[in-house]
Design a protein around this ligand. Structure first.
Ligand code: C5P
Length: 237
């Protein structure tokens, strides 16, 4: 049975390296995976990845690359060479950009330890569709599936997607295509800016390879107890 810690990625959404290191230290062996996102990377840069690697943690570097193919490819190569375990690029950047990122990783990284490359489909905070109308699940799911198929075609290893679309993505793309699911909330928890939320267990049951959890742990009165509670909820699934 899979160690539940293999599935939990804790978002290090903090403003500096010292704060990040103190949080990682506090959570100790309970958490194996961390997400470095725009805030921490903007504040601390590659040192944030270095600190986590020194602590033998696995790293999802969530910079959601979205630019012209040449720039996305070159940036992905640089980021891959930092030794991170997962990187992501927006599917909306297009086939050529995604393919460029996949190729750059192949060229710059050892195949045995290269990062997995995921495509961001639709942000879990998206409340309004392209037509300006409130986004319904009926509209969300086909859009996510379309983008997941596009990511798979470009040679990506999986997608970042809302839990609501995960069963359809898996049906369409197969069980080996990874799904990383953010927007995780405990039953009755505060949604804040997230729209497409799911509990830890429902996201794992929907097929998540990993769940990404930020505020339900970082803003909890006792983050260690909150992380332990989430691990207990997904244990054995
Ligand atoms: O605090 P909360 O649990 O909402 O944090 C979710 C984390 O997952 C944030 O760091 C956010 O950047 C990230 N994320 C997301 N939706 C995506 C991709 C990443 O919420 N599609």
């Amino acid at each position: 049975m899979k160690d539940p810690r293999e599935r939990l990625v804790v978002a290090l959404d903090v403003g500096g390296l010292d704060e990040a290191a103190a949080f990682v230290d506090r959570l100790g062996d309970l958490v194996l995976w961390y997400k470095v996102g725009l805030e921490l990377f903007s504040a601390a840069g590659p040192a944030a990845v270095g600190m986590l690697k020194e602590q033998r943690k696995r790293v999802f570097l969530d910079l959601k690359l979205h630019d012209i193919p040449n720039t996305v490819g070159r940036a992905a190569g640089r980021l891959g060479a930092m030794g991170v375990d997962i990187l992501d690029v927006h599917v909306a950047a297009g086939q050529e950009a995604m393919h460029g990122a996949a190729r750059a990783i192949q060229q710059t990284c050892d195949p045995a330890s290269r990062p997995l490359l995921l495509g961001v489909t639709v942000l879990t905070s998206t409340a309004v569709g392209e037509d300006g109308q409130p986004l319904s699940a009926e509209a969300l799911v086909p859009e996510v599936v379309l983008r997941a198929v596009s990511a798979q075609k470009a040679g990506l290893d999986g997608v970042v997607c809302p839990a609501a679309a995960a069963p359809d993505v898996q049906r369409q793309c197969g069980a080996d295509f990874h799904m990383l699911i953010p927007g995780i909330r405990l039953a009755g928890g505060v949604k804040a800016d997230q729209r497409w939320t799911a509990t830890p267990a429902s996201a794992v049951e929907a097929g998540a390879s990993w769940i990404v959890v930020g505020r339900p742990i970082s803003a909890a009165p006792d983050p260690v107890a909150a992380a332990q509670d989430i691990l207990t909820q997904i244990e054995g699934l």
